[in-house]
Design a protein around this ligand. Structure first.
Ligand SMILES: [Zn+2]
Length: 402
């Protein structure tokens, strides 16, 4: 640490509870670099948090500037996560910051998420929140959800076994989620979100409280963590209201915590499906192995009009209008995905064993759900270790560090 960087937190060290080393070692994932994400990142930078990873899908629009302390007019059109990372470094060069333009649902390996201490959700849609909740539960991580609307804001701390986003979803919210998950262009959903009326006041209040709660997680201060209550801020009256967290339900799909996660150093997302299956057989000592995916891989697109099939190899979530265009379908043509031409597992029957895991939508450093001779295992692509912070770009071209 240079003399100057050691001075950064000299005032904080007057606080009896401040722990310079703990904060410098902290690893925080910030999902969403919009109005709320800007406030959260600004606070993390000022508080000297050692490692920050930012993921966001969008580019900066002029209309974002009024609520985004990290963005400037010259940034319009640039990638939100990239600009936010640069500004965090400008504020505090002690912070190690990396970013990805991508989607929390499909683009970040759970092996990487497992190395983070806490997730901060600065999201504007329920589908992404639902997935972040499920990943947090799988990895036994606490995540902090913020929401803003008009002059109001809300904050929830979801700690596995104590509180859960999915358990609190109401039937009408499920309807919206099911509708959005049914859309083929899910990867684009962030860009298509309707704009909500918000102000920088509510985002700065909620963003500050999210970081406050994140610090409790970093310090292991469970007693004061706001995980048993829901918080609402009413900007009209400046009233703060607390409600009990919604009770956990027994049949919630989020409540699967993955235990006994095994790191296999020989595995990377750049290897072929055939090599993956062979390596799994060897390292698990099994004859028959199968990798179960959370999504479908599409092997064929079918045109109703020309009654022709086009072979493809795409995760369903990557299929959108651009896919249709690149495969020479004309605008408005009815394109169908035949159900029998989709698979959701990788095994010896997979028709494209030469494809890489990246080709079939598996991100670097993912944790795979593997069935080996009838037993289930969680296996990490540990050969990708370091990808997101230390060895950028080589694998996906979409990750960057300073
Ligand atoms: Zn639940």
């Amino acid at each position: 640490m240079s003399p100057r960087s050691s001075q950064w937190d000299e005032v904080y060290r007057l606080l009896s509870w401040w722990d310079t080393d703990r904060v410098a070692a902290a690893r925080v994932l910030v999902v969403g670099a919009g109005a709320l994400g800007n406030e959260v990142l600004k606070n993390l930078a000022l508080l000297n948090v050692g490692h920050i990873f930012i993921v966001d899908f969008d580019e900066i629009e002029y209309g974002n500037l009024s609520r985004s302390v990290l963005f400037r007019p010259a940034d319009v059109g640039a990638v939100k996560a990239e600009v936010a990372a640069r500004r965090v470094r400008e504020i505090n060069p002690n912070c190690k910051v990396a970013w990805m333009r991508g989607d929390i649902i499909y683009d970040l390996g759970l092996g990487f998420l497992r190395t983070m201490d806490v997730f901060i959700g600065c999201l504007d849609n329920r589908v992404a929140r639902l997935h972040l909740n499920r990943y947090a539960y799988r990895l036994d991580k606490t995540w902090i959800n913020g929401g803003i609307l008009n002059l109001a804001g809300s904050l929830d701390v979801f700690k596995p076994g104590v509180s859960c986003y999915e358990c609190g979803l109401r039937p009408q919210e499920w309807e919206i989620i099911r509708y959005r998950l049914g859309c083929n262009d899910v990867a684009k959903r962030n860009a298509n979100q309707g704009r909500l009326p918000t102000t920088p006041i509510s985002s700065s209040i909620i963003g500050a409280m999210q970081v406050q709660e994140a610090f409790k997680v970093i310090y292991g201060n469970d007693e004061q963590l706001l995980s048993r209550q829901r918080y609402f801020y009413d900007g009209q009256s400046n009233e703060s209201k607390f409600y009990p967290a919604r009770p956990l339900r027994g049949n919630c799909l989020s409540h699967a915590t993955w235990e006994d996660i095994r790191d296999v150093e020989e595995l990377t997302a750049a290897m072929t499906v055939a090599a993956l299956l062979q390596t799994l057989r060897e390292s698990l000592g099994a004859e028959e192995v199968r990798v179960h995916l959370d999504y479908d891989i599409v092997l064929e697109l079918y045109s109703e009009e020309s009654m022709t099939s086009t072979p493809v190899l795409l995760p369903r979530f990557r299929i959108d209008e651009a896919t249709y265009r690149s495969h020479q379908f004309v605008a408005g043509e009815m394109v169908r995905i035949p159900p029998e031409m989709t698979v959701s597992q990788l095994d010896d029957a997979f028709p494209r064993p030469d494809a890489s895991l990246l080709d079939v939508g598996i991100p670097p450093w993912q944790i795979l759900q593997v069935e080996a001779d009838g037993d289930f295992h969680f296996v990490t692509l540990a050969g990708d270790r370091g990808t997101y912070f230390d060895e950028p770009a080589a694998l996906t071209g979409r990750v960057a560090t300073q």
